[in-house]
Design a binder for this molecule. Structure first.
Ligand code: PLP
Length: 429
């Protein structure tokens, strides 16, 4: 077993050009605002990223000049809107290297994508007594949909544990597969620990057991190159708003032969072939899974966001964020009473990005909520709480953490502001 993130998505890229941080920051108007009279230090990117002006402009332009419902009109505006919408699908296809746009379903986000699979896949492929595998580091949106699906089929949910270092226990994972296992669904990057899972290796193992794999790429899409053909995943989900795009739009990638066999998730306009009260047929892929008017302006915004990150280059973003994360872990570790969850590989210098740009921590006996609230008074936005990963909190024996998560526009000065802020809070306690 090779616990090697190099194989995760695409091979580790060649050294990237430095990103022009000043220019990038000026693309995000919100970064120049102040909060509580201080410059905003936005370190809550794992929750949602800020939007570059080009995304907002593209959406404004569409509402001002093109707006019309897609796929239904013969008139000019409808055709133009449809063209933008389907071009956006092609941009997503390229971004994840799917074989065809028939495999790219627009949803409202990662949560809806996983719910879609949990509902439709189990109807097509899971019988009573079957099993699926999740992991201990999943977000609630990759736990609860499966629990809801258990009302339809009585299948068992098995859970792959994590090690004390915050890695998936791959030996334990191997032991969980049986002849009844029908699916493995796991996150590519932990939204709490920052752990980057070796999903290509894991998919290889699962496929050796004839088990398809769903990858939750919510925390991967903004940071890592995704190549669904290279990793050979069966499903992959991500959210637009975490990758500099708008809210309310996301993607489900699915292999065509699986999507073909799955029943529609929702019924309504667009997803049908012919409708009568006696019998209804369904549209072809991917429209079978897209009932109702899609958020066609958001798809344009998403496409613009993916073009934006592609133009900067994921390798450059990855290198910048790795540098920043390493610096942050080193600086945070200097703070007395600091407890960082995950990130065992730092400060070991490595050419592989073994941990993502997410750092969860606690300081002494200070409650995470108090720390987050006081940092906010200094203009520093961090996340506090269980991060929608309560089973992981139970595993770690804690109720919650403070989480700093970085994006391509964050700087070492902002890390310094975080460290100084924590020092000030410690002095207050
Ligand atoms: N999966 C992971 C790992 C996440 O971090 C999140 C959001 O934080 C989600 C799923 C859910 O994403 P959304 O709320 O955009 O559907």
């Amino acid at each position: 077993m090779n616990n090697n993130n190099e194989l995760m998505f695409q091979p580790f890229p060649a050294p990237a050009k430095d990103i022009e941080i000043g220019k990038i920051r000026s693309d995000f108007p919100i970064l120049s605002r102040s909060v509580h009279g201080r410059p905003l230090v936005y370190l809550d990117n794992g929750a949602t990223t800020q939007k570059p002006r080009c995304v907002v402009d593209a959406m404004t332009d569409e509402y001002m000049n093109v707006n019309s419902n897609v796929h239904r009109g013969v008139h000019y505006l409808s055709q133009q809107a449809t063209e933008l919408h389907e071009q956006a699908r092609e941009t997503v296809r390229k971004f994840i290297n799917a074989r065809s746009t028939t495999e790219v379903v627009f949803t409202r986000g990662t949560t809806e994508s996983i719910n879609l699979v949990a509902s439709s896949f189990i109807q097509a492929f899971i019988n009573d007594g079957d099993e699926i595998i999740l992991t201990e580091m999943e977000h609630h949106s990759n736990i609860v949909p499966w629990q809801l699906a258990q009302a339809r089929r009585s299948f068992k949910i098995k859970v792959c544990p994590i090690t004390d270092e915050g890695r998936l226990d791959l030996e334990a994972l191997e032991q969980l597969f049986t002849s009844r296992t029908r699916l493995l669904s796991l996150t590519a990057v932990s939204n709490v620990l920052g752990t980057v899972n070796p999903v290509a290796d894991i998919i290889h193992i699962a496929h050796a057991h004839n088990v398809p794999v769903l990858v939750d790429a919510a925390q991967a899409a903004p940071h890592l190159s995704i190549d669904v053909q290279a990793i050979d995943c069966d499903f992959l989900a991500f959210s637009g708003h975490k990758v500099y795009g708008p809210t309310g739009i996301g993607v489900l990638y699915g292999k065509e032969h699986l999507l073909e066999k799955m029943p529609p998730y929702m019924g309504g306009g667009e997803m049908i072939g012919k409708v009568s009260f006696e019998h209804t047929t369904f549209n072809s892929l991917p429209f079978k899974f897209e009932a109702g008017t899609p958020d066609y302006v958001a798809t344009t915004g998403l496409a613009r966001a993916l073009e934006y990150v592609t133009a900067i280059g994921i390798p450059a973003i990855q290198a910048h964020e790795r540098d920043l994360t390493r610096y942050a872990v080193e600086r945070l570790r200097e703070i007395p009473g600091m407890r960082i969850f995950g990130h065992p590989s730092f400060p070991v210098q490595t050419e592989k990005c073994e941990d993502g740009a997410v750092i969860s921590f606690l300081v002494g006996k200070i409650h995470h909520l108090d720390l987050g609230t006081l940092l906010d008074q200094l203009g520093i936005a961090v996340r506090t709480g269980h991060h929608c990963a309560e089973p992981l909190m139970h595993r770690l024996g804690i109720e919650g953490t403070v989480r700093a998560s970085f994006a391509l526009y964050n700087t070492k000065e902002e890390v310094d502001a975080l460290v100084e802020g924590i020092d000030r809070v410690i002095k207050m306690f």
